[in-house]
Design a protein around this ligand. Structure first.
Ligand code: G6P
Length: 406
């Protein structure tokens, strides 16, 4: 039974009662779950987080199913009214919390570059209390794995109260409050995520946001037939590309041993991969309790370089993209201060392991989809560091999976 806003349920061994917000006893319809027992069982894995990291190829394939089997992209995947709504939109506002906010930060790069739409991304708990200037032509996109985060729901209500009418939610729970509140929706099909630290929910959110970018770009005449087919081809290849990255697991497990006695870590990325550095740092702090922060590598010289010494591991996300040479010179600055580097580099980037440089070679460069691939080793790193530290991986202290209070 899905509770309505304000409902309270009393559950006994053989009975239940539900009261609505005014205290009246009510009945809510029963829905029979289609989830298989198997999807909730650990199977061969030690923790749900590990299982969920390894479920990502399937979760992505399921999320992308509708598009991967079709020959072209259609707005209908976001709802029947999407085509009409998208044609009126001139900008995007993404509202989310935590890991979902990081997915929004990646999407900003895609939406501006590919779809040519100005995009801002705000932390929902800030937006809901900020006096902002509403543009009725903005598409408000809320991103949430649970669809029940109190701040994200309040931010959406705040946006609506300010006059925003175009609303879209990207969510992993079909019946959630967020989905019910939004006009348009795209459901990620990651399946139940038990580990508090979000993994497969994040990468499927990225896949959904990339689809949104492509659909908007096409509708705005910024995607020709050849480009559309190329993107569709890359999306079809994504699950197997993720599978290839997962093979790094044993190497990352070994690398993680170096982190067991560390108290701080710095994650660096640039451009599209700066939010992935943020996500890597969040994963590490959530489950290993090592203080971690992320910086866009070009900002090093404006503060964080002062912290770098042999006790501060520096993790770099190094895709083979246009900013590679800039990143390399940023990393030289770290080495020059005695910082120990852990570089997750694409093929063709010509990084070499050596004194103070640990190289983790990624199989390929995935272009616009690269942030999805670069997320995987950082999830594994956090997981194996947490194992080293003996923390409760699936239920880190003080954190909750779904934050339904302010
Ligand atoms: C909690 C979870 C995070 C999640 C955040 C936002 O803090 O532990 O994993 O990213 O809430 O949740 P949402 O369900 O809105 O994505």
């Amino acid at each position: 039974m899905y509770l309505e806003e304000g409902d309270v349920a009393e559950i006994g061994l053989s009975s239940h009662r539900i009261f609505d917000a005014s205290g009246q006893a009510v009945e809510r319809p029963v829905h029979v779950s289609t989830l298989s027992n198997e999807s909730m069982e650990l199977g061969e894995y030690r923790h749900y987080m590990q299982k969920e990291i390894f479920e990502q190829p399937q979760a992505l394939a399921d999320t992308l199913e509708a598009v991967c089997y079709s020959q072209s992209l259609v707005p209908g995947i976001f709802g029947a009214e999407a085509a009409a709504a998208f044609s009126q939109v001139d900008s995007i506002l993404i509202l989310a919390c935590g890991t979902s906010h990081h997915a929004g930060l990646v999407a900003r790069y895609w939406l501006e570059e590919i779809a040519g739409l100005p995009c801002s991304v705000e932390i929902a708990s800030e937006y809901r209390y900020r006096v902002s200037v509403a543009n009725p032509k903005t598409l408000v996109v809320t991103v949430s794995q649970s669809g029940e985060t109190a701040d994200t729901l309040a931010a959406l209500n705040h946006a609506r109260a300010q006059g925003h009418t175009h609303t879209l939610s990207i969510c992993n729970v079909p019946e959630s409050a967020l989905v019910r509140l939004s006009k348009l929706r795209m459901l990620t099909r990651a399946g139940p995520e038990i580990g508090v630290a979000s993994t497969k929910a994040f990468t499927t959110q990225l896949a959904a946001l990339f689809l949104l970018t492509l659909v908007l770009a096409k509708q705005r005449g910024r995607l020709n037939e050849e480009e559309e087919q190329r993107h569709l081809h890359d999306l079809r290849h994504l699950p197997s590309a993720v599978q290839a990255v997962l093979k790094l697991e044993p190497d990352i497990a070994r690398l993680a041993e170096n982190f067991a006695d560390k108290h701080h870590a710095l994650f660096l990325g640039r451009g599209l991969h700066y939010p992935i550095a943020l996500e890597g740092a969040l994963k590490l702090k959530e489950i290993s309790y090592i203080h971690a922060e992320a910086y866009p590598a070009g900002e090093l010289k404006h503060g964080p370089l002062a912290l770098v010494d042999q006790d501060m591991p520096v993790i770099a996300v190094a895709p083979n993209d246009a900013l590679l040479e800039k990143l390399k010179s940023n990393l030289q600055e770290v080495r020059a201060r005695g910082g120990e580097l852990y570089v997750f580099a694409d093929a063709g980037t010509r990084f070499h392991s050596g004194e103070g440089v640990h190289l983790m070679q990624m199989p390929e460069h995935a272009g616009y989809l690269s942030p999805i691939l670069h997320t995987i080793p950082l999830q594994l790193l956090a997981y194996y560091v947490a194992l080293q530290k003996g923390t409760d991986v699936d239920k880190p202290r003080n954190l909750a999976k779904s934050v339904t209070v302010e």
